[in-house]
Design a protein around this ligand. Structure first.
Ligand SMILES: C[S@@+](CC[C@H](N)C(=O)[O-])C[C@H]1O[C@@H](n2cnc3c(N)ncnc32)[C@H](O)[C@@H]1O
Length: 279
């Protein structure tokens, strides 16, 4: 999740690497998602032995996959510390990997360069008002018929819980919140609640949840340890959309080719993984 990334960005790259190594899907690509993308890469290699790929960010799981097939890879990341940290976690070395330090929205890359682009929840780091421009930029750097291997943290509008339900789920079974992924599922299900969500810019404010949880703890209505269990501990906001909204927006530039649903943990329902073809 960007929350972890952003917090750690202010720390040194070794801390960031440690945090990423411990981090879990849906916050990073799962084994199943990697296998889903790998199959598509194998299909591509049958027709084109030298595809060119772009990775948005420096996700080591993606870079190792492309290294395995010796694919010409460009990674674009705005933060050199992040690149260094993620590189330290790679199992393989890709002699054909190039690093570009840039913002994705302005990356200095010619139109029609790549056969495919890979990203995992990259849009968490972008303002909703810039989503259209971001999708347009990805479409532009792809060759005609190029594909976007896309992953999004999202939550369905009908999967939402109220703040009371969130707190009650902790009170009824605090032990479940020791599972980071269960915590993630529950906290993200608070999206679209008016008090934490701005519909106009689709911004979900995790910090406002923290303030309310602290208030309950201060009043003695929650034990002190609940604050650490029910909050992410940083002042953090990110855009949050439903899968339907993503599909609608992306359909202006891309055609949906296939989708993958990881069922290994209930929290994986927060992840939509898809292969999109430039329309
Ligand atoms: C690809 S995202 C994905 C990982 C995770 N889902 C997350 O949101 O943190 C994280 C990476 O994107 C980079 N990044 C964030 N915003 C960026 C931007 N606008 N342009 C280029 N890189 C960016 C960060 O430096 C970080 O290495």
């Amino acid at each position: 999740m960007a929350s972890i990334q952003r917090t750690r960005m202010r720390e040194n790259w070794k801390e960031l690497a440690k945090a990423w190594a411990k981090f879990m899907p849906p916050g990073k690509p799962s084994v199943g998602e990697i296998a889903f993308f790998e199959q598509e890469i194998k299909n591509k290699l049958e027709n084109n032995k030298t595809p060119c790929a772009l990775i948005l960010g420096s996700t080591p799981e993606f870079r190792d996959l492309l290294a395995k097939y010796g694919i010409n890879t460009t990674i674009v990341d705005i933060n050199p510390d992040s690149v260094r940290a993620m590189t330290s976690l790679m199992a393989l070395k890709n002699e054909k990997e190039k690093v570009v330090i840039s913002d994705w929205l302005n990356m200095p890359i010619k139109d029609g360069t790549f056969d495919f682009v890979m990203s995992d929840s990259a849009q968490d780091n972008i303002k909703f008002s810039e989503f259209e421009a971001f999708f347009e930029k990805i479409a532009r750097v792809l060759k005609p018929g190029g594909e976007w291997f896309f992953g999004a943290i999202n939550v369905h509008r009908d999967d939402v819980i109220s703040f009371k339900e969130y707190v009650d789920s902790y009170k009824n079974n605090p032990g479940k919140f020791n599972d980071f992924r269960y915590f993630l599922l529950q906290i993200i299900r608070l999206a679209y609640n008016e008090e934490f969500y701005n519909e106009e810019n689709r911004l979900f404010d995790f910090h406002k949840i923290e303030l309310k949880i602290k208030e309950l703890a201060d009043k003695g209505l929650l034990p002190a340890e609940a604050v650490g269990k029910l909050t992410i501990g940083v002042d953090y906001q990110q855009p949050m959309l439903s899968e339907e909204e993503f599909k609608n927006m992306l359909s202006k530039k891309f055609t949906l080719i296939s989708e993958f649903r990881d069922k290994t943990h209930p929290a994986m329902r927060l992840k939509w993984t898809a292969i999109l073809k430039k329309a």
